[in-house]
Design a protein around this ligand. Structure first.
Ligand SMILES: *[C@@H]1O[C@H](CO)[C@@H](O)[C@H](O)[C@H]1NC(C)=O
Ligand SMILES: *[C@@H]1O[C@H](CO)[C@@H](O)[C@H](O)[C@H]1NC(C)=O
Length: 447
């Protein structure tokens, strides 16, 4: 039982779950059963059918067994399938074949050795060393092949306890559940997380918000309409212990926090322990595992991504996953370099150049800079590409992506091109259809 709990805390499982959901994308065509008129009609037809079937059967109740009715025959087939002696027809339902029936398959799996408590098969620091470190390729997902795959259960940490329930888990986690003291020491003056006896306390600090995430969000809400309902989904890069995402919950905003496993332990494990959505991930060579136009806002606060490197590849990936009209929020270098250059130990000239390149790149993506105040700069993706098509034609670079499916995100290499938005007829139209505000969005779908 406890082992199952520890698996849900393991950050790599978020990837696995995503993998499964990505494998079977939900159908995009609107369900005709949603229309109330059709639903009422269908129910009426079914009710009459059952009435007549019942009527017919009561007439023939003695002469004809119920199971000869075609509807009941179907039931009979289900009953025969439930008979354990009949093998279940697996192949028609699944595209993958069953693993060979090994003699041990009916026994319980063994536990892995104790040092595997935080083992993530696809993000294993021991295997990482086999891959080139250029553009952080070693930090991408590298899953073991079948020969290397382990068949054991990840053991719970010693002294594991049931996590605090929400909302207490927002501030507290048992130290024994995520026994990583290094972060509490190395980030001590940044106030990310403190060790208080047997529990970790998350005061809401961060590298870019040493005075607390609350002050940071108080500023952000003056720049971006956090309360409007237009922003519901956010992707946070280099999330630390996900205090940013934790605070946005107050605004009815859901944040997916993303970070690679770095020299500190997997920080997303702290986030998951707190009950916050998080995933191991890095911008390196593959696209982010999301379809295009998924997020209302993307955020990076000193996330150490080389936004202007590789021909702007990574900012183009942000552009892909942002919805039309979505926000890009950046704090940390080079933003506000005039105030901070000494603390960052970089020259003013260097930072100024970086900021100019960044502004230029954003312009080439047809983004509009909304504002820059204090540590925060905000850009906005256009709501359609009517103007952008003309601009990109004139500039020659970057180009719109020609072939690749904009929604393919799973092990898909990134290309330095702009993902085209769906075509619109009018400059005021929103590409792909306007979205309702949250929470109305939940029960409507765009045309
Ligand atoms: C029930 O199963 C039999 C044999 O598999 C099949 O021929 C028959 O069509 C099935 N009946 C229904 C109603 O699905
Ligand atoms: C656990 O320890 C063994 C033996 O020292 C080592 O081979 C293995 O790589 C370790 N596993 C992890 C996940 O650290």
């Amino acid at each position: 039982m406890e082992a199952t709990v520890s698996i849900t805390l393991n950050p790599c499982n978020a990837n696995l779950i995503k993998a499964r959901t990505m494998a079977t994308p939900p159908p995009t065509t609107p369900n005709p059963l949603r229309k109330p008129l059709i639903r009422v009609l269908l129910i009426t037809i079914l009710c009459s059918l059952f009435y007549f079937v019942g009527f017919y059967n009561s007439f023939n109740s003695t002469s004809k067994p119920l199971l000869q009715d075609p509807y009941c025959l179907q039931l009979k087939n289900i009953t025969t399938l439930q008979n354990p002696r009949q093998p279940l027809h697996f192949e028609p339902q699944h595209t993958l074949s069953l693993p060979p029936d090994s003699p041990q398959s009916h026994q319980f799996f063994k536990y892995c050795p104790k040092n595997f408590t935080n083992y993530c098969p696809c993000q294993d620091p021991n295997r990482e060393t086999r891959f080139p470190t250029g553009s952080l390729f070693h930090r991408e997902r590298h899953c073991p092949g079948t020969a290397e795959a382990l068949r054991c259960l990840v053991p719970t940490p010693v002294g594991y306890r049931r996590p605090f329930s929400w909302p207490k888990s927002r501030y507290y986690a048992w130290f024994n559940n995520v026994p990583f003291p290094r972060l509490t020491v190395s980030k001590k003056n940044q106030n990310w997380v403190r060790l208080e006896a047997d529990r970790l306390f998350f005061p809401g600090g961060g590298t870019s918000f040493p005075t607390g995430v609350k002050g940071y969000i108080d500023l952000l809400k003056q720049l971006v309409p956090l309360k409007s309902g237009n922003i519901r989904t956010v992707l946070d890069f280099g999330c630390g212990v996900a205090s940013f995402g934790a605070s946005l919950i107050d605004y009815n905003i859901l944040t997916m926090s993303l970070a690679p496993r770095d020299i500190h332990e997997a920080q997303v494990q702290f986030a998951l322990e707190r009950g916050l959505p998080a995933m191991l991930g890095v911008l390196s060579t593959y696209r982010l595992p999301y379809p295009s136009r998924s997020f209302d806002m993307a955020h990076c606060s000193r996330c150490l991504v080389q936004w202007i490197g590789y021909g702007g590849l990574y900012l183009m990936e942000i552009d892909r996953i942002l919805r039309p009209g979505g926000y890009w929020v950046l704090s940390g270098p080079p933003i506000n370099w005039r105030v901070n250059y000494k603390g960052w130990q970089r020259t003013q000239d260097d930072l100024k150049k970086e900021q100019n390149s960044l502004e230029d790149l954003a312009r080439r993506l047809c983004w509009k800079k909304i504002t820059e105040r204090g540590p925060i700069a905000v850009w906005r993706k256009p709501t359609n590409h009517i103007h952008c098509i003309q601009k990109l034609k004139a500039w020659k670079s970057p180009n719109f992506c020609a072939e690749a499916d904009p929604d393919a995100g799973w092990y898909m290499k990134m290309n330095a091109c702009v993902t085209p938005l769906p075509h619109v007829a009018d400059i005021h139209d929103i590409a792909g259809g306007a979205l309702e505000k949250w929470p109305e969005r939940l029960n409507t779908c765009s045309a």
